[in-house]
Design a protein. Structure first.
Length: 280
């Protein structure tokens, strides 16, 4: 939790202390929690290919998604969501076996629904052929995931849950990041939501200062809360919906999600719009 002190006014508190936020509890802000009964195994992994590591990868497995987020040309951050028993097993594995399991999860197609994948790829290819206005169509190709050769440092795990706070603000206090909203890591939006909170809170503090107002004024804090709730709630609802959509193996649903994501991939303008909305 951050404490900001100003000589002209009492202190202003910013809760950036995670999903077990002490400030949120002190604010008596109602907190809605939904346990996914899953764990996220996290580690820093070293890649076999080290020339260019600029792509984030995510693959949806029956037990949950596995994702790689680039750190530099050699390293990526691994987040593997799975059931609690499997998570414990992954943490206990020797490093070499853990690396083998990660590569298997990234490359093995044994759990893939071949019918759904075939139909979705055919639909996406038709869209790419018809989408003659897209300059990216002629250069479209399927990238392959990287291979992992080692892990750096220790592995860890944390429980997964949905957790929105009803109120982000109280008297002379504001919540940001996981203290205000906890989400499933599958879409990699937790950090983006937190960055958005910081940017918006900074804006309203700067505005209050420019107007000669108290930065802890309820008028400005309510502006922060209103703007962030309008953005965060739809994003959180979308991630929650994706969790359930990808938590089923029923063929019609598998086909629906496969076609949907292949269509998005085949339409650069739609893909760019989604990226822009996610990064606000």
């Amino acid at each position: 939790m951050l404490h900001l002190f100003f000589s002209s006014s009492p202190f202003f508190q910013i809760g950036a202390d995670g999903f077990n936020s002490g400030l949120r509890k002190a604010m008596n802000s109602q907190y809605i929690s939904y346990d996914y009964s899953k764990m996220a195994v996290v580690a820093t992994v070293r890649l076999a290919e080290t020339e260019s590591n600029v792509t984030a990868w995510q693959r949806f497995l029956p037990s949950g998604p596995i994702a790689l987020l680039p750190l530099n040309n050699q390293l990526s951050s691994l987040v593997w969501s799975t059931d609690k028993e499997s998570a414990k097993c992954l943490l206990d594995l020797p490093a070499e076996e853990f690396v083998d399991r990660v590569n298997q999860a990234l490359w093995n197609d044994e759990h893939q629904n071949s019918l759904a994948q075939d139909i979705s790829e055919r639909v996406a290819e038709m869209v790419r052929v018809l989408n003659v206005n897209s300059s990216e169509d002629s250069n479209h190709f399927r990238q392959l995931p990287p291979s992992i050769v080692d892990i750096e440092g220790r592995r860890g795990a944390f429980p997964l849950a949905l957790g929105p706070a009803v109120d982000y603000i109280a008297e002379r206090a504001a919540l940001i990041g996981d203290a205000a909203h906890r989400v499933h890591p599958m879409a990699g939006q937790g950090a983006n939501l937190g960055f958005g909170d910081v940017a918006t809170l900074t804006d309203v503090i700067v505005e209050a200062t420019a107007n000669g107002a108290d930065i802890g004024s309820a008028v400005y804090l309510e502006e922060y809360q209103s703007r962030r709730l309008q953005h965060n709630i739809p994003v959180m609802a979308s991630i929650h919906g994706l969790h359930f959509l990808y938590n089923t193996t029923w063929t019609p649903f598998v086909m629906l999600r496969s076609v949907g994501f292949n269509l998005i991939d085949a339409l650069p303008s739609i893909k760019q719009l989604i990226s822009q909305k996610a990064s606000i």
